[in-house]
Design a protein around this ligand. Structure first.
Ligand code: SIN
Length: 493
């Protein structure tokens, strides 16, 4: 059955930057094509921005900041709630747009809109709960307060894998805190961000509070370097690769910007011999194959205890080989195209390398649907590559599950932690004491225990080690957009 991805409200297809409340071309008039990864068709062109556009966005955000921070939290929350209502009203169209520019199946695209909306709702509700401390003064005649203030202009840089959710979970807390925003969506998926900005405008967000600047892969460093140099930008919130995160940390040192960095992961998924195997397979399917495996928190290395290895592999292969690969226009597609041919090359390289390193290919391992284009990969299960294989050391970012055998709990923990990354980790066990031991021993910001779907707006999302710092979502997520000011008033005795 085919699925129609035509937008019902064509106003949502915005093809210009949004700066100072105006939809505008790049100063250079350069354009960037946005291509559907399902079939390489052109969806639209957006501005390919440069330093002048980046500067104009900061001018606008900086000018809008005093009024926005002075807007009562309740009024900011009301605008966020109107934005939420419009996102929900347009959830089908936004889902269609995500599927068209990112490739994920429509049910996942629409699911992502609801996921994005959950962050807007959460932070609209948190905005009115911002409060500080009255501190017991150590001497008489003083009043000591710690109050929270918005940091100022925030630069938001988002990836292509969740075109709505990643930008919403950065913009919503920034706006709730009273910050203004300059944002650069990923070069592959700018249209969803522009549609969200359009709905924010319709919700009554004042001009300049949110600014969106689009740029190609080549122009992105030009735009971002301008923001890095500009002392008026007080914070950067970035989701993407660890090398880029390190670059941002280094280059923002000159103006000591606050940073939230949600970087690469290399998540382990451990199945102990006391696990409910069916639940573990279901958890791995959810965690690994969501968004075709193009997710920072998706398991990259699956460690299965010796005694249950064959049974687990058998059950997993049955589920993985039944997944339907296809474009979002096919209503029953479960795994869409990868974002581009480069991503596919990397996935195939990892598979080939694993096989060369001794892995057995249990299912998948090849390009499929080639009549549609080069971006489709069969969901793949590999058994027992060596620990030196690429799949062990770096994120594959695709629908590939490599299974490694282990014997003892201590060995599994050592293998799981043997990575510079520490975003998510998962394990399945029914042993109460083991659950406590392993949860404490895993070096990760997020641990799924007998659960594969861990992300939620109410939970702190973020990593340790080289997966970055800062937390998104949750009560704590708002603090990342504020600083503490200490007020000490004397002479009161
Ligand atoms: C990510 O891939 O960075 C985000 C995934 C999520 O929010 O679950």
């Amino acid at each position: 059955m085919s699925h129609d991805l035509t937008l019902r409200n064509s106003e949502l297809l915005r093809t210009r930057n949004f700066i100072a409340g105006t939809w505008c071309a790049a100063a250079s008039a350069a354009r960037l094509p946005v291509v559907n990864p399902a079939d390489q068709s052109l969806i639209a062109e957006v501005p390919d921005s440069a330093a002048a556009d980046a500067q104009a966005s900061v001018d606008a955000a900086h000018a809008a900041f005093p009024a926005w921070r002075a807007t009562p939290a309740k009024a900011r929350a009301q605008i966020l709630k109107r934005w939420l209502a419009l996102i929900l009203e347009h959830q089908d169209d936004l889902g269609r747009l995500i599927s068209r520019e990112q490739g994920k199946p429509f049910a996942e695209g629409k699911g992502e809109v609801l996921y994005a909306a959950s962050y807007v709702e959460w932070f609209a509700e948190e905005a009115v709960r911002i409060c500080g401390d009255v501190i017991a003064a150590p001497v008489a005649g003083r009043q000591m307060l710690a109050i929270k203030e918005p940091v100022g202009v925030v630069a938001v840089i988002t990836p292509w894998n969740f075109p709505a959710a990643m930008i919403a979970r950065k913009i919503a807390p920034a706006l709730a805190a009273g910050c203004t925003v300059v944002a650069k969506p990923a070069e592959d998926t700018p249209l969803t961000a522009l549609a969200l900005a359009y709905l924010a405008e319709q919700a009554g967000l004042p001009a300049g509070v949110l600014n969106i600047v689009c740029a190609s892969r080549a122009q992105t460093p030009v735009v971002v370097d301008e923001w890095l140099r500009d002392g008026r930008v007080r914070k950067i919130s970035f989701t993407g690769s660890t090398p880029v995160g390190k670059h941002l940390a280094r280059e923002s040192a000159a103006t000591l910007k606050k940073l939230s960095l949600e970087l690469g992961g290399n998540a382990p998924f451990i199945v102990f011999d006391d696990a409910d195997l069916d639940a573990a397979v279901t958890g791995l399917m959810a965690a690994k194959f969501r968004n075709g495996g193009q997710t920072c928190v998706c398991p990259n290395r699956v460690y299965v205890q010796d005694g249950v290895f064959e049974a687990f592999a058998y059950k997993l292969v049955a589920r993985v080989s039944a997944l339907k690969v296809g474009p979002a226009t096919e209503a029953d597609a479960q795994i869409g195209p990868m974002i581009n041919a480069r991503a596919v090359e990397k996935i195939l390289l990892h598979i080939g390398d694993a096989v060369a390193q001794g892995a057995r290919l249990l299912t998948g391992g090849i390009r499929v649907r080639e009549e549609l284009g080069p971006n489709y990969v069969a969901p793949t299960v590999l058994a027992e590559p060596s620990g030196a294989a690429l799949v062990c050391g770096e994120e594959t970012f695709g629908p590939v599950a490599p299974l490694f055998r282990f014997k003892t709990e201590a060995e599994a923990i050592a293998l799981a932690n043997d990575t510079p990354f520490g975003l998510a980790a998962y394990f399945y066990s029914q042993g109460v004491q083991r659950i406590h031991r392993v949860a404490a021993a895993l070096e990760a910001g997020i641990v799924g225990i007998n659960e594969g779907a861990v992300a939620a707006e109410a939970a702190p999302f973020g990593g340790v080690k080289e997966s970055g710092y800062g937390r998104e979502g949750s009560r704590q997520g708002l603090d990342d957009y504020m600083h503490l000011k200490y007020l000490c008033q004397g002479g009161l005795a």
